[in-house]
Ligand binder design. Structure first.
Ligand code: G3P
Ligand code: CA
Length: 331
């Protein structure tokens, strides 16, 4: 597939790196360039996630790409949040005017982004959801729109890797995110195969639909089948790689699909590369390593050696440091 090379190439154009694999590159990535450091929800280890301040810090720390997760407001605006409930990452529970908006949906009693207009979302402030992380920045930063993150990315000269969250749910309540996403991509000329963006999603049907509308690179997110059903085969991705290769340019696997608990290679990256798919595993966290004795650096080192094309991390500075160390060891 031509587009899969261009997924890397589009990013390479912005970072000034060579677009195509160079003869003799020590990196086992699809295009031979160094793995990209993707700021997962911004520099979310150091600042409240999904805030312009967190994205700006991520780029200062050396991130190559910034990741916004996208959800829809009541009035159809794409805003940047991981969950469509609001209590864990905002101060919504402390605002008396919104007390009556709380409601049960599924098994959760919460405030829901689809019940709020953008103007109402603007009155909220972001909070750090992880108890062990720095809370000094709580209740200061706004919840940005997707377009504001794109503006910032343009200003800072970095590509984005947005993830559309729960598109099936939003479509079922009359808030299909696809038309609005396509509008934004076209308006900003991010609808081509060399766009400085790649759209991620856990729902293959959404990516299949999007693939009909734009040529923007697409990243199919996968996790392990056994997370859904313990009886299922260990290490089996929720979407077969061969299927993903039919409509996507890359895959974003849970890191357990890429690296075994003992640090050995599962072979997933090689298999994906054989199908022409780039691989961006998630999520590497300094404060939640797979193996506390070895730390997150060990995980990052291993997956970079295995050929990961990008890594999602809450701590971009750590990713950059480990990449430099791995590169130095090649010499
Ligand atoms: O999008 C890659 C990774 O972020 C998927 O996990 O739940 O953090 O969005 P999540
Ligand atoms: Ca995500």
């Amino acid at each position: 597939m031509m587009r899969l090379t261009l997924l890397a190439a589009g990013f390479a154009l912005l970072t000034g790196e060579p677009a195509l694999a160079q003869d003799g590159s020590p990196w086992a990535t699809l295009d031979g360039s160094a793995p990209r450091i993707i700021a997962h929800r911004g520099a979310s280890g150091d600042r409240p996630e999904h805030t312009l301040e967190g994205y700006r810090l991520a780029v200062e720390q050396g991130a190559d790409i910034i990741e916004p997760d996208l959800v829809m407001t009541l009035d159809g605006v794409l805003v940047v949040r991981h969950d469509h409930y609001l209590s864990t990452t905002t101060n919504v529970a402390d605002i008396p005017e919104f007390a009556d908006r709380r409601r049960v949906q599924g098994e959760r009693d919460d405030w829901w982004v689809e019940d709020f207009t953008l103007a109402e979302i603007r009155t909220l402030r972001a909070r750090q959801p992880w108890p062990q992380r720095d809370h000094a920045f709580d209740d200061q930063f706004l919840i940005p729109t997707f377009e504001e993150v794109l503006d910032l990315a343009e200003e800072l000269g970095v590509p984005t890797e947005p993830e559309v969250k729960s598109p099936g749910h939003f479509a079922s309540i009359g808030l299909d995110p696809l038309p609005e996403l396509v509008r934004i991509l076209r308006e900003r000329e991010l609808d081509g195969e060399d766009a400085a963006t790649a759209i991620q999603c856990f729902e293959p049907d959404f990516l299949r639909r999007l693939n009909e509308e734009v040529d923007t690179p697409l990243l199919m997110l996968v996790f392990e089948m056994n997370e859904l059903d313990p009886a299922a085969m260990m290490g089996t991705p929720t979407v077969a790689l061969a299927d993903a290769a039919g409509f996507a340019d890359g895959v974003g696997p849970a890191k357990s699909l890429v690296i075994n608990e003992d640090g050995s290679n599962t072979g997933f990256i090689h298999e994906a590369h054989e199908l022409g798919l780039s691989v961006h595993p998630w999520t590497f966290r300094d404060d939640v390593p797979m193996n506390p004795d070895r730390g997150v650096e060990w995980e990052l080192r291993q997956v970079m050696r295995f050929g990961a094309d990008g890594v999602f991390t809450d701590f971009p500075a750590t990713g950059v440091r480990v990449r430099t160390e791995v590169e130095a060891a090649f010499e």
